[in-house]
Design a protein around this ligand. Structure first.
Ligand SMILES: Nc1ncnc2c1ncn2[C@@H]1O[C@H](COP(=O)(O)OP(=O)(O)OP(=O)(O)O)[C@@H](O)[C@H]1O
Length: 445
């Protein structure tokens, strides 16, 4: 979905809840100019419109975006010519002292919402939290590297950013560099392409604290591992702190080079497990408080009972309920409303396996299970495969790489592409939406 399509979808929702005059005055002339770090930048003509939108329509528009994008989305209103980085630039972004650093255009921003003080501690993450705090209090002294691992959406990124904030709060001059391993890889590729290898090295090797998220994605990529290995050595020798996260411990990341594996094992390895019931309740309450939602206990309990192994989904459920209430003009959030808003997310307690999904999808499209997980690219096989990947992403907690592996040894980006495509198709075609809904309800019954 491009910006224009996204905006048109949001406008459709806005239209239903506004009169013609305000629609034409406030909303119709807006334009999406950027979308990054979960924030939509909407350009308006002048400061007056910008301030009024901010004061009077922020929540309404935010809810509409959140509903369409199916995730919590922030909004920033801008006027033409405004530097959109200004609003959300943090110290991390202004820390750069070298021009070379900027040439690589590293996204060093930390999410302001991910801090220690809003991280809920439970048995599942107590150790990882304590290890992270120890590193934040005494970088390069406590444990180096710190290796955090755990399943999808369990708080690894949150802890990494919390470490970054904590270090910066104590030492605003520290050069804290947070990147995903994909960003690291892309920077490396671009630097090779543009002959800027030296700049790449300057950028990464000048960090006082380097945080690399989802390191598992560099496994199997030879030159990236090579470069990361040298970056790691340079930083470690200079007594700089390195923190990495992954979905698995170093010993279980397939195709990770041994020399990297052993380096990751030099420091401290801390895992995060899925939260228990009490922790899920506490996280939901904290999130509700942060968003100013007044959530009845029975709704909190309902979500915590049904969504168990992914905190992102837990939070997403709460947000979805409120977006749904706002869009349907309901003032009170009741259990019935929550059930209605989450019916596609929670249909039953049944644990759905990948084999179930493959079987149901293959039967539905009248193809064999072997074909479904094969490398064949003909449309009658490739499309059901994309649908199966989408459903598996929705209904199970498998990571993207694991799903790629399960569907014919594909890359995680292929799975992500499939999920986005099916989601888009469902929005544009009633028929596809019905097919997918049918499949999901077959799996739930
Ligand atoms: N203990 C916690 N307390 C409060 N919020 C949490 C906690 N753990 C996770 N979250 C929230 O859950 C969401 C997902 O967490 P995060 O992005 O850190 O997960 P992740 O483990 O990095 O996932 P992925 O493997 O997909 O990268 C975030 O909004 C985060 O703030």
């Amino acid at each position: 979905m491009n910006f224009e399509e996204l905006w048109n979808e949001v406008l459709e929702i806005v239209k239903e809840d506004t009169n013609q005059v305000s629609f034409n005055t406030w909303f119709k002339p807006l334009k999406i100019v950027a979308y990054k770090n979960n924030t939509i930048y909407l350009e308006t003509a002048d400061d007056f419109l910008k301030n009024t939108l901010k004061k009077r329509h922020y929540n309404f528009l935010k809810n509409a975006f959140t509903y369409v994008l199916k995730k919590d989305t922030e909004l920033v209103f801008t006027v033409p010519g405004e530097n959109i980085d200004k609003e959300d630039s943090k110290r991390t972004a202004t820390n750069s002292t070298s021009e070379e650093t900027d040439a690589i255009n590293v996204d060093r921003k930390l999410n302001p919402k991910y801090r220690f003080d809003n991280f809920i501690i439970g048995n599942s993450n107590r150790f990882a939290h304590a290890a992270s705090l120890a590193v934040a209090e005494a970088p390069s002294t406590a444990y180096n590297p710190l290796f955090l691992y755990g399943g999808v959406g369990l708080g690894k990124t949150h802890l990494m950013h919390a470490i970054g904030h904590y270090i910066l709060d104590n030492n605003p001059d520290a050069y804290v560099l947070y990147v995903t391993s994909e960003k690291f890889t892309n920077d490396l590729i671009n630097s090779i392409k543009d002959g800027k290898n030296e700049e790449f090295r300057n950028t990464y090797r000048k960090a006082d604290v380097l945080l690399v998220d989802d390191i598992q994605f560099i496994a199997g990529k030879e030159s990236t591992q090579e470069e990361f290995f040298h970056t790691f050595n340079a930083l470690h020798e200079a007594n700089k702190q390195i923190i990495v996260s992954s979905d698995n411990p170093p010993s279980e990341i397939p195709t990770l080079e041994d020399r990297l594996r052993s380096r990751f094992e030099w420091g401290l390895i801390a895992d995060i497990q899925p939260p228990d019931y009490e922790t899920r309740i506490a996280i939901l309450r904290k999130k509700a408080e942060a968003e100013n939602y007044n959530v009845p206990d029975e709704v909190i309990t309902y979500i915590a009972q049904h969504i168990q192994s992914n905190i992102r989904k837990l939070e997403g459920a709460l947000i979805r309920i409120y977006a749904y209430a706002s869009l349907t003009n309901k003032k009170e959030v009741s259990l019935e409303l929550a059930q209605e808003a989450l019916k596609h997310l929670i249909s039953s307690n049944k644990k759905i396996t990948l084999v179930d999904i493959k079987e149901v999808v293959a039967n539905y499209y009248n193809i064999s299970m072997d074909d479904l997980v094969s490398k064949k690219k003909t449309k009658n096989i490739a499309y059901p495969r994309q649908i199966a990947m989408y459903i598996a992403r929705k209904l199970t907690d498998y990571s993207l790489p694991k799903l790629g592996e399960e569907f014919g040894g594909r890359d995680h980006s292929t799975v992500l592409h499939a999920c986005n495509k099916v989601e888009e198709d469902m929005e544009n075609s009633q028929e596809i939406k019905k097919n997918v809904d049918d499949l999901i309800s077959m799996l739930n019954n």
